[in-house]
Design a protein around this ligand. Structure first.
Ligand SMILES: Cc1ncc(COP(=O)(O)O)c(C=O)c1O
Length: 394
């Protein structure tokens, strides 16, 4: 097998057999010519059920995450919703971290109960709280986001996998922040990986997408609606039944993103490390959250399970007003939600990405600002942050 970076460039990328085009064409067709009523020419009949551009992208994603199979979705949230639907039944409980993306919190807090399921937040950075949570709830799914959004908390995937499996639960890991370049949860024992491919995979702030990658041979306790016990078969069946499919152009863009993913995220993480180290020196910044800092509580676990610490940093300021003013005072960092793209972004999670939870006890800290480091020169980015802090505290 080739090295990761080679596979990132080559997987799902064979030249077009007819024209020799090095970049595979985008199959935009919604429907396919049949040779007989039940004889599709190359396995395709209708693009909701399957599409060559989507398939090639899924092969690449699955390969890079060391999975059995991948299913692409129209957004990260749609991937999360699909995974929960496939793995749980009414009455089941999902355990998830007390820090995590606000949209995941909204899905688990309001949508799950509306479907007769429960979700409970626990501290997933501690083995004891995971063990106790699993024992108390008999949860069907343990859901980790590591590093987490926005506090960059780190949970030990191998430990969580062991505890989940002992308790008869599935372990799902949201690998959006780490990407398969830095962390491959399925190799550490997780059952399912989910992504918002909107972020690093796409990498250019020009698509919304999601994906679920299933461990090879992952089974349900009994056959699902598809008649199969394979989780991947069931996920594909649900996708066709509910229609949560991404468009071909978005799949093509995301597949293009995969080819440069290693080089982009390594550069971004190197810049993030430099920037985090320099932010620590700024007296107006109360705390810097970045797993690459040796002072970060999750640094040792991150160093064990990741080969890089990612490109997201969050910082705490003295007051909510200063935090807001800081987020509104940068010139290079653009004030926008999302992350993982070429351009650096800054945001105020309490009122932006985590706004859905603002009125609840799960609200993001109101003195926190999140930085998504892009591909600009870190010297310029540091200078921009310094001038913004100076303006914010004036
Ligand atoms: C960690 C994480 N997971 C999932 C999502 C949801 O993805 P999407 O916005 O593509 O639906 C996000 C979005 O910010 C995220 O940060």
């Amino acid at each position: 097998m080739f090295e990761f970076t080679t596979r990132a460039v080559q997987m799902g990328q064979s030249a077009d057999p007819v024209t020799g085009a090095i970049v595979p064409p985008i199959t935009l067709a919604s429907t396919f010519l049949l040779d007989g009523v039940d004889t599709p020419r190359a396995g395709y009949d209708y693009s909701r059920s399957g599409n060559p551009t989507r398939d090639a992208y899924q092969v690449a994603l699955s390969d890079l995450e060391s999975g059995g199979e991948a299913v692409a979705y129209p957004s990260g949230m749609s991937a999360e919703d699909a995974v929960i639907r496939v793995l749980t039944r009414p009455g089941d409980t999902v355990l998830y971290g007390h820090d995590g993306y606000g949209g995941t919190g909204r899905l688990f807090t309001w949508v799950l109960p509306a479907e007769g399921k429960q979700a409970r937040r626990i501290d997933t950075t501690q083995a004891d709280t995971i063990r106790a949570g699993l024992a108390e709830t008999g949860a069907r799914v343990l859901w980790l986001e590591t590093p987490s959004n926005p506090l960059l908390e780190v949970s030990d995937i191998a430990v969580a996998a062991e505890l989940a499996h002992e308790a008869g639960a599935y372990l799902v890991v949201d690998n959006t922040f780490a990407t398969p370049v830095f962390q491959r949860p399925l190799e550490l024992g997780a059952d399912v990986v989910v992504h918002s491919t909107t972020k690093f995979v796409g990498g250019h702030s020009d698509l919304i997408g999601g994906a679920a990658i299933f461990a090879d041979g992952l089974e349900l306790p009994q056959p699902g609606l598809s008649g199969s016990s394979s989780v991947a078969d069931e996920a594909r069946w649900w996708q066709n039944a509910t229609g949560a499919v991404p468009g071909s152009f978005d799949c093509w863009l995301a597949a293009r993103g995969l080819r440069t993913l290693p080089v982009r995220v390594k550069q971004m993480a190197a810049s993030a490390q430099t920037i985090a180290e320099s932010l620590v020196e700024i007296p107006e910044i109360v705390q810097v959250h970045y797993p690459g800092l040796p002072t970060h509580p999750g640094h040792a676990v991150a160093a064990k399970q990741m080969t890089g610490f990612g490109a997201v940093i969050s910082v705490e300021l003295a007051t909510p007003a200063i935090a807001r003013a800081f987020a509104e005072s940068t010139k290079l960092f653009r004030l926008a939600v999302s992350l993982g793209a070429a351009e650096s972004l800054i945001e105020y999670p309490f009122a932006m990405t985590h706004q859905a939870l603002a009125a609840t006890s799960d609200a993001a800290p109101d003195k926190l600002v999140r930085l998504a480091i892009g591909l600009e020169d870190p010297v310029d980015l540091i200078e921009d942050l310094r001038q913004a802090i100076a303006l914010a505290v004036r």
